[in-house]
Design a protein around this ligand. Structure first.
Ligand code: PEP
Ligand code: MN
Length: 337
């Protein structure tokens, strides 16, 4: 951390802050320039409250040179994290292909789609039982009945279940049915929820908030990990920009950036990123080409009558050709589907 003092800072003010910082366990190097006095801090700066330092009138600015996330940081864990879920992995050589409908609508709907996506090459089944809808009048999900159907589909196909948890109170219940708990974009900074899933023993799929920076996403992962749960998968699902043609703008550069900054697996959801079924395949291929560890894809056999997100859903036959096409890119990256 570097602290730049105001040009008119007095000697005793500099001395006072140096003593205070040393008291917090840092070594402080003082450099007196022509106009500015600059303090260089070495050691553990985690106990320093930056905004309190910035509030001092004799301080010009404070710059953090180290990332504020530790457990998620690749510096402290150079190897890629490979997460095991049942007999599958996320982050290893094999890509994680999480596919299924946006929402569980009925037993026959989910089980039909589950069998189809498995045949095509998916290794996880997704389906929302509790849905975060923009309108309170839209379908809100089948709730616990939806969870029972997801478990039924797992018994038939063997595919581990990925489903969203929206509130602290539901973490325990959903953990009884699901293998991977999804934290949706709208809850990426629901810190109570992050802490709660940090105390459960399930893998967490953490989606990037629609207006969140890469560092904010990593800080949310840090919340989960700081409670003891290190099994966190990050998901880029598009961010809000001025462009309105697509539902969101897929931030493809976030993938290699995240892979550089963190050891956690990174997957991409081109369905919610684009909102259009015909854009899912080109962006999925791009995502794998830039190093994603997997994909989350919405699939529905009757998109025109889907209760949620039909316009971005692939039909099962399209999903099969989609997988074949993504596989060619996967091979070029030394990955397998
Ligand atoms: C979803 O995956 O069903 C979903 C609602 O995604 P997001 O939170 O990314 O909008
Ligand atoms: Mn959806």
């Amino acid at each position: 951390m570097v602290i730049v003092m105001n040009p008119n800072a007095k000697q005793d003010e500099v001395r006072g802050i140096v003593i205070k910082l040393e008291g917090l366990g840092c070594i402080v190097h003082v450099s007196q320039g022509e106009n500015h006095c600059v303090l260089g801090l070495v050691g553990d700066t985690s106990r320093i409250n930056i905004s309190q330092i910035e509030a001092e009138e004799f301080v010009d600015k404070v710059m953090n040179v180290q990332a504020p996330y530790k457990r998620a940081n690749r510096l402290f864990h150079p190897e890629d994290t490979i997460i095991k879920v049942d007999d599958r992995t996320i982050g290893g050589k094999e890509l994680a292909i999480i596919a299924g409908p946006c929402a569980v609508e009925s037993e026959s709907q989910l089980i039909t789609i589950a069998k189809d996506v498995k045949l095509a090459g998916a290794n996880f089944l997704r389906g929302g039982a509790y849905k975060p809808r923009t309108s309170p009048y839209s379908f809100q999900g089948m709730e616990e009945e939806g969870l029972r159907i997801l478990l039924q589909a797992k018994k038939i196909t063997g595919l581990p279940i990925v489903t969203e948890v929206m509130s602290v109170e539901l973490v325990e219940k959903i953990s009884q049915y699901a293998d991977v708990l999804q934290i949706g974009a709208r809850n990426m900074q629901n810190f109570d929820l992050l802490k709660e899933v940090g105390r459960c023993n399930k893998t967490i799929l953490l989606k990037r908030g629609m207006s969140a920076t890469i560092e904010e996403l990593l800080m949310s992962a840090e919340y989960i990990m700081s409670e003891g749960n290190e099994n966190v998968v990050l998901c880029e699902r598009g961010i809000r920009t001025f462009e309105t043609f697509t539902r969101n703008t897929l931030d493809l550069s976030a993938i290699p950036v995240l892979k550089k900054l963190t050891h956690l697996p990174v997957i991409v959801d081109p369905s919610h990123a684009t909102g259009k079924w015909w854009l899912v395949e080109p962006l999925a291929k791009a995502a794998i080409a830039v190093g994603a560890d997997g994909l989350e894809i919405e699939v529905h056999y009757d998109p025109a009558n889907a209760l949620c997100d039909g316009a971005q859903s692939l039909k099962p036959e399209k999903f099969k050709t989609f997988i074949d096409s993504v596989r060619t890119i996967a091979i070029s990256q030394d990955r397998i589907i």
